[in-house]
Design a protein around this ligand. Structure first.
Ligand code: MG
Length: 264
């Protein structure tokens, strides 16, 4: 699953490297597709069942779009906040991650929202290494987001992941109500989950667009979704969609032709 996670990392990193005002979101989706193809990995979003099957390899959501945005001819403008969410199956195992970033010149308000979302995901990953149960992690996420003055969307959940993109358990971003067993589970070695906080600016409410995929913030204001695939192991928590962290992983990515993503 780590190799699959590195493929997703490379695809999202490549998108960030090429994204700029003037490109369309479908061009960014094409970049994700090229990276997956290069590794011989299969995108697991394309064809995902819905009212109509999802038509692209990645979900690209701009500004007030929160999740499941369909890549299109929409052209990125200076200062747009975009989320690119992608998942693949590589040698039989899946990984799923989302990055958010600002194209061109950031506006302070948007940047603060983005940074808060990134901090929320980091906080959740750190909390996973200490907590026994998921609800303890979700409680910390909710508390942090509210302290920062934003809203955590509770109508979508993260998920277990493995051979398939969506497996048990559901991974809610807010703690379950007392007495509700759904959304509570033990954080024990062997568990792999996609952790995916979604932050809105002034409400937790969302709406579904007429395309039956794109979810937008009900306040029409910028919103952010960030995600990592995270494993609980005997040695601690492992971010499977994080950047390469060993010489062996860097060597593999260089051999695959991605040395330009590795920095100096
Ligand atoms: Mg996911």
């Amino acid at each position: 699953m780590r190799r699959s996670g590195l493929v997703v990392w490379a695809a999202l990193r490549q998108v960030q490297a090429v994204a700029r005002p003037g490109l369309s979101t479908v061009q960014l989706d094409q970049t994700v597709r090229e990276v997956f193809d290069h590794f011989g990995a299969q995108g697991v979003f394309e064809g995902y069942p819905g009212r109509t099957p999802f038509p692209a390899v990645s979900c690209i959501s701009v500004n007030e779009e929160l999740v499941h945005g369909i890549p299109s001819s929409r052209v990125l403008q200076d200062g747009d906040l975009i989320t690119v969410d992608a998942g693949c199956r590589y040698q039989g195992w899946c990984a799923d991650a989302a990055v958010s970033f600002i194209v061109g010149t950031p506006r302070p308000a948007t940047q603060r929202l983005l940074q808060t979302a990134q901090q929320t995901l980091r906080l959740a990953i750190q909390a996973m290494s200490r907590a026994q149960r998921w609800s303890q992690v979700a409680r910390q996420m909710l508390q942090f987001v509210r302290q920062q003055g934003y809203w955590l969307v509770d109508q979508f959940v993260g998920h277990g992941i493995g051979r398939h993109l969506h497996e048990k358990p559901d991974v809610p971003n807010v703690p379950p109500k007392p007495g509700n067993p759904r959304g509570e589970f033990l954080l024990q070695p062997g568990l792999v989950i996609a952790v995916e906080p979604m932050l809105n600016t002034s409400t937790k409410e969302i709406r579904l667009r007429e395309d039956h995929w794109t979810v937008v913030a009900a306040d029409g204001l910028p919103c952010v979704h960030v995600e990592h695939t995270v494993a609980v192991t005997d040695q601690g928590v492992w971010v499977l969609t994080g950047p390469p962290s060993t010489e062996e992983e860097r060597r593999w990515l260089r051999q695959q032709g991605f040395s330009h993503l590795l920095g100096s």
